[in-house]
Design a protein around this ligand. Structure first.
Ligand SMILES: [Zn+2]
Length: 309
């Protein structure tokens, strides 16, 4: 905080006030607060900005700086707490998978498989638009499904082009417009679906998909939800069912050799467009079907539950 001459000093005083006036949750970063304060500062009338500069002179730049430093410190403390939470979460995932792998009754275990479509990634923030979830066991196949469209608009300024491209290429849903339910409604519906299940959601580790899903569930839910690469489920299931290692590349098989890509098994919106290929729900279903096909003998594949036809 050394270069606080002239223009910046007024902004820093404004930043301290801005932070004090707004109730930011603990998931907000300092960079985000500073960005929001900056946007709001830039549209202040000139006289008001001058007033902040004047007040900053009166209060003393050092005093203003110390206040800003204090805010930064409090964000660092929150960050450290969150990092610790993440480390603990990773450990729990490991224990969970080992525990589950040890289960004698692998076929009856209920797994959650899911996918999150998002509008854009802006800095480290994802703006989700669709979540698809299925409950699956090798015995029962698809047991339950849900999907939800989430309203994460308006997007931060400057994201229009990438949102349009992502809409065309990856999800085909309306972008940067009121579409879908609020985050709070999403929380209610997802909580209902997760019920008492262990909240470990398997999703394919394609591009940013795991990061997007982690960010989204973290943002929406009050309770912990762990997002785990789907590849792990294939590897461990194979080990559990066949008592040997899977010989192929699990990502490649799940990603590129999925026979259900063009079946219309998505949400109502994607079905209407005949575009289930892009749907989060369809992806979760396809992965469940694909796991059945890879791992179960044909005589155990029941239509709708384990396979489409
Ligand atoms: Zn859909």
């Amino acid at each position: 905080m050394n270069n606080l001459k002239g223009k910046t000093s007024g902004f820093h005083l404004y930043l301290v006030e801005f932070y004090g006036k707004n109730n930011f949750d603990e998931k907000t970063t300092f960079e985000k607060v500073r960005g929001l304060a900056n946007s709001s500062w830039n549209i202040l009338p000139k006289e008001q900005r001058e007033n902040y500069r004047y007040d900053s002179e009166v209060i003393g730049h050092d005093t203003v700086d110390r206040k800003v430093d204090k805010i930064i410190e409090s964000f660092k403390a929150i960050q450290a707490k969150q990092n610790q939470k993440r480390t603990e979460a990773a450990r729990k995932v490991k224990y969970f998978l080992e525990d589950t792998f040890d289960l004698f009754d692998w076929n009856s275990h209920v797994f959650l498989i899911g996918h999150v479509n998002y509008q854009v990634k802006d800095k480290n923030d994802f703006y989700p638009i669709e979540i698809g979830l299925v409950k699956y066991s090798f015995d029962e196949g698809l047991m339950d499904t849900m999907y939800i469209h989430i309203n994460s608009s308006p997007l931060p300024i400057g994201n229009e082009k990438s949102a349009r491209e992502r809409s065309e290429d990856t999800h085909q849903l309306p972008f940067n417009t009121n579409f879908g339910v609020s985050f709070n409604e999403a929380k209610i519906q997802i909580s209902k679906f997760l019920d008492n299940e262990k909240p470990f959601i398997f999703t394919l580790n394609e591009k940013d998909d795991i990061a997007a899903a982690r960010y989204t569930f973290d943002k929406i839910m009050d309770t912990e939800v762990y997002v785990v690469p789907l590849e792990n489920l294939l590897l461990r299931s194979y080990e559990a069912l066949y008592k040997k290692d899977y010989a192929n590349d699990p990502f490649d098989v799940l990603m590129n050799q999925n026979p259900w890509e063009f079946y219309d098994i998505g949400c109502e919106y994607h079905k209407d467009l005949a575009a289930s290929k892009f749907c989060s729900l369809a992806k979760a279903k396809r992965w469940a079907y694909h796991l059945s096909k890879i791992l179960l003998p044909p005589e155990l594949l029941y239509p709708v539950k384990h396979t489409i036809c």
